[in-house]
Design a protein around this ligand. Sequence first.
Ligand SMILES: Cc1cc2nc3c(=O)[nH]c(=O)nc-3n(C[C@H](O)[C@H](O)[C@H](O)COP(=O)(O)O)c2cc1C
Length: 358
Amino acid sequence: MQMKKSGPTFWYTYDKPLIGLSPMDGVTDQPTRAIQKKYGNPDVLYTEFTNVEGMCHGATRLLKDFLYDESQRNIVAQIYGTTPEYFQQVATVVCELGFDGVDINMGCPAKNVSNSGSGAALIENPELAKKIILATKAGVQDYLNGKRASDCTDISPKIAAEVAQRAKTVPGSIHERTHIPVSVKTRVGYHQPVTTEWISFLLELEPAVIALHGRTLKQQYGGLASWEEIALAASLAKHTNTLILGNGDIATHQDALDKIATYSVDGVLIGRGSFGDPFIFTKNTPVDAPSLVKIALEHSELFEKTYKDDEKYTFMPMRKHLGWYVKGFESAKEVRIKLFQANSAADVKSIFMEYNLL
Ligand SMILES: Cc1cc2nc3c(=O)[nH]c(=O)nc-3n(C[C@H](O)[C@H](O)[C@H](O)COP(=O)(O)O)c2cc1C
């Protein structure tokens, strides 16, 4: 645990190691973050990654990724892409929306992302990575200089209007702050770990935080994350103002505390370990089934409330969460099969009642 950094941003205000919820596309949407925050209170939350090219080509639906509520602070918007000018404009949008930080994804290994040169492919293209970081910082500065989404050349009037509308609901104190920090989430390498070169390079660009998943792009999610590589990054950052958050394979709250102590990181992000278990952020005791059932139902209701007016609304993305909530139950398999057919919170309720779980 190093917590030695100083500066005006929220990242430096913690007096304990940070334990945050890792961004996960298709998982950490608005309702999931709200539930994780309510029951686990992770120190920081990230949105799912959002594509800057899509946002600058008028894809209004992407604004869905930028939904959050005040309970979720500190909340960071994560963006990805390959076009520095778009990063600059979307950073301004993120500021106007009142996020506490903007994070650049340099770690996604998915083919549709890395083949376009974004995500983890940026590890092999440090020149572009540098341009992207500088452009994102410039976009934050643009906001401070008075620029808004409606002033950005590539932000459509429709998106700008929605952003301005949402901005009205953000507390004035948030708009008054000086600047929001730019951070990076990445991996230890592309084919092989190149932690020393890559992290040293990023440190020169002074991101507030580097969240480091201890796998290479090539590893995808296989094998084990190398926490030795993460410890190496922490040692490289020791005398800089950048925090290092380790990430990969944390399975319990105690595991998080042990890794923070053993590998001298400033904190950790937990991804898959949080599936169906927001309590991983607070304690180590397994939560009883009745509590999880209530949370699963509340999550379902919130999911429905958040998205039911969407043109292409479907309950399907909620089903995986239901499977995760009940994974440790006695009749897990049977209940899960039923839950995977649920189309509404009302269905979920009646399934739980049928199995005497509610
Ligand atoms: C379904 C899924 C979606 C993910 N989406 C993102 C994403 O949008 N942005 C990101 O930086 N990482 C993403 N990741 C990577 C996670 O944030 C995290 O780095 C990885 O899962 C390792 O941590 P864990 O072992 O605690 O899950 C995703 C991972 C999963 C499993």
